[in-house]
Write a protein that binds this ligand. Structure first.
Ligand SMILES: Cc1cc2nc3c(=O)[nH]c(=O)nc-3n(C[C@H](O)[C@H](O)[C@H](O)COP(=O)(O)OP(=O)(O)OC[C@H]3O[C@@H](n4cnc5c(N)ncnc54)[C@H](O)[C@@H]3O)c2cc1C
Length: 336
């Protein structure tokens, strides 16, 4: 009979890794599972030769003292750095500066911090969990290529994905089923020469676009001329099921139009590569709720969707549940 672990964490994004590392450091026997080939979830970086694109989270902020302390350690260890580039805002007519704030990025990519936190943890990647079965004093976790047993199971993923794993009629289903996530189409581009744009990142308040970033302007990235474009949630939802190639074409047209508005008369350099990526569950549609949801039978839900939809929210959600499980007082000041 396989051993009964203290807890199995499904999802190795910021929330799951934070929870797993905290209870592991407190002496719990933990196993971390994720269907992807790496750690980080939506803190994602895609690489191709000398090119790299952070196509999920663009940067993170650190407002809560616990997160700020950890981020400061990451910076000291070279796992994160401050993104110093100019961040601008475009409303279709005026180009202004975004409010001043310290924006951090993982180094050399967004995945770096989750990867480092998860390093000592027993884990299986490429492991899609398919079902949770109540068994004895805990749960049996079934995956495509394995099964394990634990007293507790923590689902650290977007609510629709958690709902798909919860047993029919389970208490937590109403929380997971009532939470909506907005999608995001993103475009990963590289060019033969610099784009004639006077910023490193741009918030765009003009459909169909929401964000544009010069990836190489972030610290520790390859010197490639790589840009990331995000479509707005509204446009992404309306075009969710289009083929990737069609979305790439439409968003590239929108980018060319934006360049013509921001740098009139200046030619856009030759585009060397283009790829679209769809995030079906990018950001929560609702405001922050409780940091986690837990039932009396050992199942719990954590994730950014419970605390406002950002990297810091994911961290605080995982930390809050871990502290509760380890008997450490939970002190989440109101930052959301
Ligand atoms: C396009 C985009 C831009 C963003 N920009 C920012 C930003 O600039 N700043 C910011 O702070 N935040 C940003 N975010 C949000 C940020 O990425 C998230 O808040 C945070 O990364 C969520 O972490 P998480 O651990 O809650 O979930 P996730 O990172 O989604 O982790 C969930 C994990 O669960 C795994 N999983 C799901 N189902 C299963 C299963 N059945 N079996 C095994 N594994 C499973 C997934 O593979 C994934 O690794 C952005 C997100 C997107 C998509």
């Amino acid at each position: 009979m396989d051993a009964l672990m203290d807890v199995i964490v499904v999802g190795a994004g910021m929330a799951g890794v934070t929870y797993a590392r905290t209870v592991h450091d407190a002496g719990w026997q933990v196993l971390l599972l994720d269907k992807s080939r790496g750690f980080g979830g939506r803190m994602a970086t895609r690489r191709s030769g000398e090119n790299a694109w952070d196509h999920g989270a663009q940067y993170f902020t650190a407002t809560h003292p616990d997160f700020h302390t950890l981020v400061t350690d990451w910076v000291d260890d070279g796992l994160a750095a401050i993104w110093q580039g100019r961040i601008a805002v475009w409303d279709g007519e005026t180009l202004g500066d975004a409010g001043p704030m310290i924006r951090y990025v993982g180094v050399p990519g967004m995945t770096a911090v989750c990867k480092a936190m998860a390093a000592p943890l027993p884990h299986h990647l490429h492991t899609t969990v398919t079902a949770l079965l109540p068994e004895g004093e805990g749960w049996r976790v079934l995956a495509e290529h394995g099964e394990w047993r634990a007293r507790r199971v923590v689902l650290a993923m977007p609510p629709a994905q958690a709902a798909a794993l919860l047993p029919p009629g389970h208490d937590l289903l109403r929380h997971a089923a009532n939470a909506d996530m907005l999608p995001a189409w993103t475009l990963l581009l590289s060019f033969a020469a610099p784009l004639p744009l006077p910023f490193s990142g741009l918030f765009i308040n003009r459909e169909p676009l929401a964000w544009l970033a010069d990836n190489a302007s972030k610290p520790g990235r390859p010197a490639g001329l790589d840009w990331v474009l995000h479509a707005s949630p509204t446009w992404s939802a309306a075009h969710l099921d289009l083929p990737h190639e069609t979305v790439a074409e439409l968003l590239e047209q929108a980018l060319l139009k934006l360049c013509a508005q921001l740098a009139p008369g200046q030619p856009v350099p030759e585009r060397l590569s283009i790829a679209a990526h769809r995030w079906r569950y990018a950001r929560p549609a609702q405001a922050a709720q409780d940091a986690f949801r837990e039932s009396g039978d050992g199942l719990a839900l954590i994730g950014d969707w419970l605390l406002g939809g950002r990297v810091e929210g994911a961290f605080l959600s995982g930390l809050a549940l871990a502290r509760r499980h380890c008997g450490i007082p939970v002190a989440l000041t109101e930052v959301f």
